[in-house]
Design a protein around this ligand. Structure first.
Ligand code: ZN
Length: 61
């Protein structure tokens, strides 16, 4: 199965049986992506990269 990279829109192969939480790498921009939805297949940044969100740290996002 394939889904669009959220960084560069390249089609990223997630394997034949992707599961929620699976991590894959974009072959074009090398972004690290997590499967966050299966129907339709959707990728997002891995949750562990948001670990600073609860600190009241918000200068860029
Ligand atoms: Zn990409």
């Amino acid at each position: 199965m394939k889904a669009n990279c959220i960084s560069c829109q390249e089609m990223v192969n997630t394997g034949n049986h992707p599961r929620l939480g699976d991590i894959c790498n974009c072959p074009k921009c090398d972004a690290r992506l997590e499967v966050v939805w299966l129907d339709p297949l959707e990728l997002d940044w891995p949750a562990d990269e948001y670990s600073d969100d609860d600190d009241g740290y918000d200068d860029n996002f």
